[in-house]
Ligand binder design. Structure first.
Ligand SMILES: [Zn+2]
Length: 73
């Protein structure tokens, strides 16, 4: 398997995942940005670890130019 094939396969998996994933914080649609899953609504960025999206609010990165609307604990 070539590098390109692996990338293609990863992309297919990503597209499948993206179609079923939603932001756990606001239930918004998500899209893939480089190696992160990004919420279209609240812009939280979820890491992908070993090809598996970590859809946890606590693991999400907040964009710097956005108010921190994270749930208070
Ligand atoms: Zn969101």
């Amino acid at each position: 398997m070539t590098y390109v094939d692996i990338q293609k396969e990863k992309k297919m998996i990503d597209n499948l995942l993206l179609s079923i994933l939603a932001c756990p914080f606001c239930k918004g649609d998500v899209f893939l940005d480089q190696s992160k899953i990004v919420c279209k609504a609240c812009r939280r960025r979820y890491p992908i670890v070993d090809g598996i999206p970590v859809m946890l609010v606590d693991e999400a990165e907040l964009p710097e130019n956005t108010l921190d609307i994270k749930n208070e604990k």
